[in-house]
Design a protein around this ligand. Structure first.
Ligand code: TTP
Ligand code: MG
Length: 364
């Protein structure tokens, strides 16, 4: 085991996170918002008390306003809070700009949210702290937004690094400082430690990494099951999870070819329904939504046509609705007789579902 611990993890990983993302964008675009406490969400006075705060600027945070807080509660905590409704279209466009910059540094990118990603820059010849500085400079140059970056040899340390000097900071945690960093870390900051785990630790008298380090692997397993192993290694500044290259997919779709051409409208309808269900299952599994729905149709003469509909908001993942949209397109292209050899349904203009729920919740 001691031999294993001596083996060095030679990866170089950055964790990048834009500071108060939605709020910073709105402050960038409207200087009047820079000196006031700002919450991104709908004003409860104008929306029957509904609404949730997506994020807040640092002035509002000092007053206790935070992400996912109800708008009314936020107003109680900070009576002069200024509300600005979120503009997801704008944030997505900026997110695309930022992710394009990431690709200037490496293609090994694990996006975590619109404003956050892990980058494995091990293959880059330049030193990781230099890359972090360059990355921050490029993001500022292109978007006029600040971010925080953590630099280390694993994802846990990189993420803790980016949180360490937020906002607008870089924290480098090299091998020789990592163990000390973890020993001094409050237990609530360990990855995966939520309220329930925290309560257990409180009973055990474990307050920080040092107390955790003192616990044996067996003890940790008894109290936390397999998560005990994760905690044991985190306390030892060790974490091997790779940067999972999940660069956002361009499209999600499904096609069917028919050995015997379809001549009947009800067959087409059934086939579209089947395709829509498969695409929805895939999108749901990957937590994605799309703004463009494209239908592909090939007939017996091998004439292939694709036609799409683009909305300003994402489509509901509703197979029946999608099949109806597909039929509208189909009827337009083939109003009379037909012999169809292939049908397809594809979503493009893909976005991650992660925070979309907030916007749906907010639409009162
Ligand atoms: P975060 O990076 O978690 O938060 P942040 O960028 O606002 O603040 P900081 O990184 O400086 O701590 O999330 C990025 C964006 O995602 C955030 O600006 C708004 C949105 N978001 C929600 O809509 N709901 C949420 O519960 C959270 C946490 C974030
Ligand atoms: Mg952020």
């Amino acid at each position: 085991m001691s031999e294993f611990l001596q083996a060095k993890d030679h990866r170089r990983i950055l964790h990048v996170d834009i500071d108060a993302f939605y709020a910073q964008v709105e402050m960038r675009d409207n200087p009047k918002l820079r000196q006031v406490p700002l919450g991104i969400g709908r004003d409860p006075d104008q929306h029957h008390g509904h609404g949730v705060i997506a994020t807040a600027n640092y002035i509002a945070r000092k007053a206790g306003v935070h992400s996912a807080m109800g708008a009314i509660e936020a107003k109680k905590a900070c009576p002069n809070l200024v509300f600005v409704a979120p503009n997801f279209e704008k944030y997505r466009a900026i997110s695309a700009q930022i992710h394009a910059i990431f690709h200037e540094f490496t293609d090994m990118i694990e996006p975590v949210a619109l404003d956050e990603a892990y980058l494995d820059v091990s293959a880059n010849k330049m030193a990781a702290p230099t890359l972090a500085a360059q990355l921050r400079h490029r993001i500022w140059e292109e978007t006029h937004l600040t971010c925080s970056v953590g630099v280390s040899y694993n994802k846990v340390l990189a993420k803790l690094g980016s949180e360490h000097h937020k906002p607008n900071g870089v924290t480098v945690i090299p091998h020789d400082l990592a163990q000390d960093f973890m020993l001094n870390l409050p237990i609530r900051k360990f990855r995966g430690v939520g309220q329930k785990t925290l309560e257990k630790f409180e009973k055990l008298g474990v307050k920080d990494g040092r107390d955790l380090f003192a616990m044996s692997l067996d003890d940790l397993r008894v109290h936390f099951g397999s998560f005990g192993d994760v905690l044991y290694w985190q306390a030892r500044a060790t974490h091997f999870s790779p940067v999972k290259d999940r660069s956002v997919r361009q499209s999600v779709g499904k096609e069917s070819t028919f050995e015997f051409a379809l001549h009947d409208r009800s067959q087409i309808e059934a086939a579209f329904k089947d395709l829509a269900e498969k695409v929805v299952a895939n999108m749901t599994k990957r937590k994605l939504l799309g703004r463009t729905l494209t239908v592909k149709i090939r007939d017996e003469q091998f004439k292939t046509q694709t036609k799409g509909i683009t909305q300003s908001t994402t489509f509901d993942l509703d197979p029946a609705f999608m099949a109806r949209q597909a039929m509208l397109i189909f009827d337009e292209l083939y109003p009379e007789e037909f012999a169809i050899r292939l049908l397809g349904i594809t979503f493009s203009n893909i976005v991650e579902q992660k925070y979309e729920a907030v916007s749906l919740f907010d639409q009162f």
